[in-house]
Write a protein that binds this ligand. Sequence first.
Ligand code: NAD
Length: 262
Amino acid sequence: MSLDQELAGRTALVTGAGRGIGEAVVHALAGRGAAVLATDLAEEGIAALEKTYAGLVTARLLDVTDSTAVEELVAEAEHTLGPLDIAVNVAGILRGSPVADLKDEEWAATFAVNTHGVFHVSRSVSRRMTERGSGSIVTVASNAAGIPRTNMAAYAASKAAAVMFTKCLGLEVASRGVRCNTVSPGSTLTDMQRGMWAVGDEEAAARRVVEGDPATYRTGIPLGRIADPSDIADAVAFLVSDRARHITMHDLYVDGGATLRA
Ligand SMILES: NC(=O)c1ccc[n+]([C@@H]2O[C@H](COP(=O)([O-])OP(=O)(O)OC[C@H]3O[C@@H](n4cnc5c(N)ncnc54)[C@H](O)[C@@H]3O)[C@@H](O)[C@H]2O)c1
């Protein structure tokens, strides 16, 4: 079956769309015919997407930590682009450090984007989706939400909160035709992933991720590769499509088996 126009006629909001997984999600949705409101803190990446998909992708600056800005942009988008059928929460940050060294600001910033941002966007779009009786929300979380990781306590906790929030929302809105799911990636080759690697030999760093590290109780990746952003975006595109019409409150791990689904 061709997926070329699978999402034609739908309108989607994507946060964190300027690079990495968010950018890949825009390619996946616009590539299947959806009109996409591509939002990010930074202009460059989303402006390039608007140019590539002229007429289909609209770029707008949005800081998901700002609840008022989220509400205003969603209201304006519904007015100018039409009803939002799809929302994908991708914006996220990682401040890696042991708990003993974690600053109050790092903890707060992590939750402000990864958890509060998901709440702001999902609340705003789901209110409107339930009135219309249809819609699909996907939150990109992390496999770190399901397994302890050294130096990632704030990040993992913020993602675990986002996963449970999305599931609870899914339960509240299911009877009104709205589905809410999460996609939990493992290591994916983006700037966020490279930011965790020491500057220098990228190949060696990637190999260590694939092989795992017993010293930090970290298993490797059974499928033997780091994910491309498109691997995650394909899972998102499936979950927002009608092929997933009977799937809600699901947490889809796309991590090459790294967490052994433990
Ligand atoms: N890369 C990985 O290995 C990996 C693994 C698991 C989960 N994830 C999750 O996937 C998502 C995307 O990750 P990525 O690797 O593409 O990251 P990235 O750092 O490459 O891109 C994140 C994007 O989010 C935007 N952003 C940050 N704060 C924002 C805010 N307040 N408002 C709006 N936009 C904001 C950034 O400008 C950037 O464009 C994140 O939620 C991340 O936690 C990534």
